[in-house]
Design a protein around this ligand. Structure first.
Ligand SMILES: [Zn+2]
Ligand SMILES: [Zn+2]
Length: 219
């Protein structure tokens, strides 16, 4: 009889031990998962914070313009911007006529895995329909890491404040293309509208993306 009591006692102790161990084990596993998840979100957050856009002046570019683009991109997209040393506008970047620079050649030359916004004060062009050299304000890969902006066509008969306002919008528009946005006809005030060869469209826009474009970016 004593032996049976002894065995039952042992069994109770074992069962008790098992439950205590179980209870201890479950929260530990949960904690481990929590730590893993925290690490994942941490990495995601850091990735976002660490997105860097290099601003590359091509030829002589007004320092105020460079600073303005840097501040606008940082403010609007929350990317970090680094202004690079100026690089010369070389002849290999000219269009066939030699009258302006090829936006496509510029993009090709500076296309890397890093994000680059190239800024120039010279005229840039791209082929459009029957026009081999259609003058533009900017061009960007969609999606991609490289875009180019020119202030040349922003300056006619307007004061500096207007030029700066246009520059901000065009820079944010081209980065929008890099982020995968196509042209928008959802709202005339959205920055992703196609300028269609007129600066008037840019002037109509706000420093703003419509809900449709915002949705695409945040996906
Ligand atoms: Zn565009
Ligand atoms: Zn839009």
């Amino acid at each position: 009889m004593k032996k049976i009591f002894y065995l039952i006692g042992l069994l109770i102790i074992l069962l008790f031990g098992y439950f205590v161990y179980g209870f201890l084990q479950i929260p530990t596993q949960k904690n481990k998962n929590n730590i893993k998840n925290n690490k994942k979100t941490q990495i995601k957050k850091n990735k976002k914070i660490n997105t860097v856009v290099f601003i590359q002046p091509l030829g002589d570019v007004n320092q105020d313009y460079l600073k303005l683009v840097k501040e606008s991109v940082e403010f609007f997209y929350h990317f970090d911007c680094v202004i690079k040393e100026t690089k010369p506008l070389t002849n290999d970047l000219l269009t066939v006529s030699g009258a302006r620079y090829s936006a496509d050649k510029i993009l090709e030359k500076f296309d890397t895995k890093q994000n680059y916004l190239i800024l120039t004060e010279k005229d840039i062009a791209t082929p459009k329909n029957q026009y081999p050299e259609w003058g533009i304000l900017g061009l960007g890969y969609r999606p991609g890491t490289t875009c180019v902006v020119s202030t040349f066509r922003m300056k006619r008969n307007v004061n500096e404040n207007v030029v700066k306002d246009r520059l901000k919008k065009v820079a944010l528009h081209e980065i929008g293309h890099n982020l995968g946005l196509s042209h928008c006809d959802n709202n005339p005030h959205c920055m992703m509208n196609d300028a269609k060869g007129t600066i008037k469209q840019v002037d109509l826009e706000k420093i703003w993306l419509c809900e449709k474009c915002n949705y695409v970016i945040k996906k």
